[in-house]
Design a protein. Structure first.
Length: 90
């Protein structure tokens, strides 16, 4: 009996705490949404470059190569993002 009561109380608490962030959502202006999208594109481009560089570096040189490849790939992704933004593609 005690375990069922404890389970019910914990489940209710978890359910209510997971619903709270949806209620606490605030209104965004259009400028904030565009800025957020632009930063997400940058993060995605840099991240994809880093993952690709790390994969190639790991195949070529093991653990140290993966680290170097990740840095090189992130740099290349940042350059690509800057190029795209310069040409008006956000």
């Amino acid at each position: 009996m005690r375990k069922r009561l404890l389970t019910a109380v914990l489940s209710t608490g978890l359910l209510c705490s997971s619903a709270a962030p949806g209620v606490a959502a605030t209104y965004r202006t259009q400028a904030q949404a565009i800025r957020h999208k632009r930063h997400m594109k940058t993060a995605k481009r840099v991240g994809v470059g880093a993952v690709g560089g790390a994969a190639i570096g790991a195949l070529a040189g093991g653990g140290k190569g993966a680290g170097i490849g990740a840095l090189a790939g992130a740099g290349a992704g940042a350059l690509y993002d800057r190029h795209k933004k310069h040409h008006g593609h956000n």
